[in-house]
Design a protein around this ligand. Sequence first.
Ligand SMILES: [Zn+2]
Length: 257
Amino acid sequence: MTPGMGLFAAALFGAVIGSFLNVVIYRVPRGQSLVTPPSRCPSCGYRLKWYDNVPIAGWLLLGGRCRTCRAPISMQYPLVELVTALLFMLVVWLTPAGPLLASRLLLVCILIALFGIDLEHQILPNAITLPGIVAGLLLSVIAPPGVRDAAIGVLLGGGVLYGIAGAYYLWRREEGLGMGDVKMLAMIGAFLGWKAVLVTLVLSSFSGALIGVALIAAQRGGMKLALPFGTFLAMGALAAMLVGEPLVAWYAGFFEF
Ligand SMILES: [Zn+2]
């Protein structure tokens, strides 16, 4: 198989997995089963045929509408499939075949699911974060960052955010960060190790603050923003996974003079 064919296969596989992640994003927060019943139109109950379910193409061929009742189908569906396909391609391109590749692809899936669910429902379900911590720790036995770094990552990731959440509560008497964020960063630590926890925290706080300020400026008011932090954690963790090491090396370069 040529490298080009490998990347194409990765994209196809990613699109199919993305289709499943759409089901996860829709059903897990609603407490529904992932296996049954088969996908239906939420408006008219039309049961989707296999050809409606073909990733990206199915949505495009239907023109973004249900085949029978013409109710609009959310853009989220093709977008999640496309993003998963692109990220799978990128990860396969950057990672040699082996346990690390499996671990990274699994983390990509979990992060996309948590991103979508947090954006829509402002929750990060335990049903995903807790098994995620276990999976990350188990994979660290056979893949980088190794058991020691992964265990420290869980403690640091959970500990830092738990501390920040507690301090914020004492200061404002309201919940700024949820326990879902705490468990999510602990899970990121389990997969990527403690150094990546720090990179993730810096990147997600920085981008969160930046986008928050931009939104406040656009609204010209001090409106209270409830941007879910989990979405920034997901993006920060992806960046830490893909470019974390060069980023830290570049940053450290500033202190060499
Ligand atoms: Zn319909």
